[in-house]
Design a protein around this ligand. Structure first.
Ligand SMILES: [Zn+2]
Length: 369
């Protein structure tokens, strides 16, 4: 049982426009005989699709006492809705236990934006606690207690289950209990055991009509990115870079680093041409962005550099890459080296390696990319 950060934003938020058909389909399945919803559901897909928003909204509605007359979402006033608001619902179990329901999928971005300079917030999102076999065992009394009324288990970041935890959950999934629903949420479904995936029904939350996504992102940004009017092409680019996930596209546009992509290219060029030392570049960028943001920026840039090397079109069509194309492109080996360096620094960050040290070594690597 977990207390949400803000229950209105989690359980009672408006339905996202691309989820209306799925919502209508699921709710009518529950309300018409034989009143069946699959016992196990999986909300999977890249971060920023609105998976969590949909799941928590569905959880609230399934538990709501007034759902028959509130087809569009939980009533917000019945006993069940009150329990959700106070974070004490006896029929809802959430794993991992410290996991707070967050409505928006791009919680990494949200955390970074809210708390740019805090290392601990970033570290805590990276070191998500794994779901262990004991956690699944502790769920058993809740699942097998019997009695009246619906009970729901939500497993957040389901891919963090250990193998033992997955096997324990598998047993539960193989003996579905009436009135019990298990809902898995995952940004990385490829890491979930296939045996688990074969026992859950995947919610098609990843199918988003492009027009709806474009409209949603445009409205959310008020047509402005980095204090400038943004064209529909730029919105389309944001969505492409975010793998089609609207909330991730919004997070990208609002990040403190998206507007510094051209600057990154300039630095890289200057480093390669030995017009700038890596320590000078490091000092400059430390005054611009924290290292986590710089790594996010570098990862994005590297994907497009890799595309150029492979002879593919760049996804960032707003950047002038002619200078890079004219000079020598890096080979695939040095791209792999740089990518590995970023991974090493990310890992070192969890051990509280200092920003300056991380920046210095990354700039050194960038100068030989
Ligand atoms: Zn209610």
């Amino acid at each position: 049982m977990t207390a949400p950060i803000n229950s209105d934003a989690v359980y009672f938020a408006p339905l996202l426009p691309w989820q209306t058909a799925l919502w209508a389909q699921l709710t009518s399945r529950v309300l018409t005989p034989p009143h069946q919803l699959p016992h196990a559901l999986l909300a999977a897909g890249t971060s920023g699709l609105g998976k969590r928003a949909f799941v928590w909204r569905l959880v609230a509605w399934l538990l709501c006492r007034e759902r028959e007359t509130h087809l569009r979402g939980a009533c917000g006033v019945c006993e069940s809705c009150q329990w959700l608001k106070s974070g004490t619902h006896p029929s809802l179990a959430v794993l991992p236990q410290q996991q707070m329901p967050i409505a928006i999928d791009s919680q990494d971005t949200a955390l970074k934006t809210r708390d740019k300079k805090s290392k601990s917030s970033k570290a805590s999102t990276e070191t998500l606690q794994r779901i262990k076999v004991d956690d699944i065992r502790e769920l058993q009394p809740f699942i097998y207690q019997g009695g009246q009324g619906l009970r729901i288990c939500v497993l957040e970041h389901a891919e963090t289950m250990t193998v033992a935890a997955s096997n324990a959950l598998l047993k539960t999934l193989e003996e579905p209990q009436s009135q019990v629903h298990v809902i898995l949420i995952s940004d990385h479904p490829a890491q979930i055991l296939p045996t688990i995936k074969s026992r859950v029904q995947q919610l098609p939350l990843y199918r988003i009509e492009t027009r709806l996504a474009l409209d949603y992102v445009t409205t959310a940004l008020g047509g402005v990115v980095n204090h400038e009017r943004v064209s529909s092409d730029e919105i389309a680019q944001l969505l492409t870079l975010a793998e089609g996930a609207p909330m991730a596209a919004i997070g990208l546009a609002q990040s403190d680093w998206y507007g510094k992509r051209a600057l990154w290219l300039t630095t890289w060029q200057a480093l390669r041409a030995h017009k700038r030392s890596s320590t000078a570049a490091s000092d400059y960028w430390q005054s611009q962005l924290d290292i986590d943001a710089f790594i996010a920026l570098s990862e994005l840039m590297l994907t497009d550099i890799q595309r150029l090397v492979l002879g593919l079109n760049m996804r960032q069509t707003d950047l002038d890459m002619s200078a890079i194309k004219d000079s020598m492109l890096p080979d695939t080996l040095s791209i792999a080296d740089f990518a590995q360096k970023m991974q090493q620094i990310k890992a070192a960050r969890l051990q509280n390696v200092q920003d300056k040290f991380a920046y210095d070594s990354l700039m050194q690597a960038l100068s030989v990319l």
